[in-house]
Design a protein around this ligand. Structure first.
Ligand code: BTN
Length: 226
């Protein structure tokens, strides 16, 4: 494990290590990121020493239980589910997954997950609000230690890696997007529908009235019932 007082981005650092052939399981943790990366080109901000900011290097398509490339989303899901398990075991906080990668407490975001690949390596980073949350978001509480959350998360991740079918089942059960009216924002199109299910690949099925559309990547907004 590599610990940083300060780094630009744990995902960026680990991607460079992955390209140099670093092994599966290498973890980067930072007290502070100066250029933390979020999904869709956004930034991820947190004050120094407040939240869990970590990334892990995985090589899921190699080894004894290789994952098919079209199921790579399950790797991201495994990290989100491990964060959910850690929030529950350390702080008693019950979070649900908003597809694709967010952990929510009620409607407030507790954690975000960002997967970036240098295939065959995948780097998955999670920012989990422990002691601080931006306006409108949730955190575990300042009394909880980031290292306890980190340890619980890594144990939970170890239990899930390689057990991809079980991850798919847990993902479906933990996904609060299912049953919600959603707006799906793709690169070139936006549509609305009702989220019907999550597939064994971790993709979202959206009922748009005339058919079910499969969403492999994109942003989803939960719409309030009208
Ligand atoms: C999101 O936009 O919801 C995803 C946020 C992911 C943030 C984490 S913090 C640790 C890791 N390093 C980064 O630069 N980003 C991820």
């Amino acid at each position: 494990m590599r610990r940083f007082e300060e780094v630009d981005s744990t995902n960026r650092w680990l991607l460079d290590e992955a390209r140099r052939g670093a092994p599966e399981g290498l973890v980067a943790v930072a007290d502070h990121q100066t250029a933390g990366r979020g999904r869709l080109g956004r930034t991820w901000e947190a004050p120094p020493g407040a939240n869990l900011l970590m990334s892990v290097l995985l090589r899921p398509c190699e080894g004894p239980a290789p994952l098919a490339v079209d199921r790579l989303h399950l790797v991201t899901a495994a990290v989100a589910l491990a964060g959910r398990a850690a929030a529950r075991s350390v702080a008693g906080v019950e979070a649900m997954l908003k597809w694709p990668n967010d952990l929510l407490v009620g409607e407030a975001k507790l954690a975000g997950v960002l997967a970036e690949s240098a295939l065959p390596a995948v780097v998955v980073g999670i920012g989990l609000n422990v002691g601080w949350a931006p306006p409108g978001a949730a955190c575990l509480g300042a009394s909880f230690a980031r290292d306890d959350v980190l340890e619980a998360l890594l144990v939970a991740l170890g239990e899930r890696c390689g057990r991809w079918d079980e991850v798919a089942v847990e993902h479906r059960r933990a996904c609060s997007t299912i049953g919600r009216s959603v707006r799906v924002e793709l690169a070139d199109e936006t549509f609305t529908g009702v989220a019907a299910d999550v597939t064994d690949e971790g993709h979202l099925l959206v009922d748009v009235g005339v058919c079910l559309r499969t969403v492999a990547a994109g942003d989803v907004i939960h719409l309030r019932p009208t």
